[in-house]
Ligand binder design. Structure first.
Ligand code: BTN
Length: 256
């Protein structure tokens, strides 16, 4: 079955560049942006050989998993661009609910841009900006669970779903059309924020955030109106975090 955009995405004027094998859909999207492409264009590949994640970490996307990137014109400000990841997370959550409704109750969004299934990472989202464009890279473990990662991971197949990367991709492109309207180039972030918080992992629970060599511990209170993480620290003060790696549960209590 070929990769295709969903019917709503086609009607909304999105285009598709599909590859059998590629280094990285996001690298390709960034290269096309530098060459003058302005989007709205999806890139998708059956296999990605040099995928990257947040902080330059490698991202494994073997055949059967979903590797996709969306090239869009960037909103006016970097703060608005940063909110795009939350809208993309909601689109992915909606798409997972559609293709694997039996697993929907276990899907959660983890700040800033991860998707968890039953507490284990099933997907990651990476935003990269290039001039007047922004690329949202989305990787989902569909048929294969990556090995040797320092955090719990899972895949749709491991959770018992027979959904494929192709059906998930079509659902994602349609779900994005809905979230994009709500997001409204960052202007509609209040609505996105409320929906995101309703799906958030670990809200009100102990949290630890690694910020480079520093760490911050407390309770996950909320995300603010710019999408930053708000932690209520043990001394009662509140700390707002722009970027970091988040840990819940036992890991939030353990030393890094
Ligand atoms: C993360 O959790 O660190 C984000 C992972 C993002 C991976 C996707 S797969 C499609 C796109 N191409 C890449 O090289 N990265 C993103």
């Amino acid at each position: 079955m070929p990769f295709e955009l969903g019917s709503k995405a086609k009607a909304a004027g999105y285009r598709l560049a599909a590859f059998d094998r590629i280094g990285s859909t996001s690298t390709e999207a960034m290269a096309q942006a530098k060459a003058g492409e302005t989007g709205r264009l999806w890139f998708v590949a059956r296999e990605q050989t040099a995928g990257h994640g947040r902080r330059g970490r490698p991202w494994q996307a073997p055949r059967g998993n979903l590797a996709a990137s969306l090239l869009l014109p960037a909103p006016g400000s970097p703060a608005e661009t940063a909110t795009l990841g939350f809208a993309a997370g909601l689109a992915l959550e909606g798409a997972l609910r559609e293709v694997a409704p039996e697993l929907a109750a276990d899907v959660r969004l983890k700040w800033p841009n991860d998707v968890l299934l039953g507490g284990a990472k099933i997907a990651g989202i990476l935003l990269e900006a290039s001039g007047k464009s922004v690329v949202t890279g989305i990787g989902v473990n569909v048929r294969q669970t990556p090995r040797d990662l320092p955090y719990p991971v899972t895949s749709l197949a491991e959770a018992g779903s027979d959904a494929t990367a192709e059906t998930l991709f079509a659902a994602l492109t349609d779900a994005w059309v809905e979230q994009e309207a709500l997001w409204d180039h960052g202007g509609g972030f209040d609505a996105i924020r409320s929906r995101w918080l309703a799906c958030a992992a670990g809200l009100g629970a102990p949290i630890a955030v690694r910020l480079g060599t520093e760490e911050c511990r407390g309770t996950f209170e909320t995300i603010d109106r710019d999408g930053r993480l708000v932690v209520r620290q043990r001394d009662g003060s509140s700390r707002t975090v722009n970027a970091g790696d988040v840990y819940f549960g036992g890991a939030a209590a353990a030393e890094f």
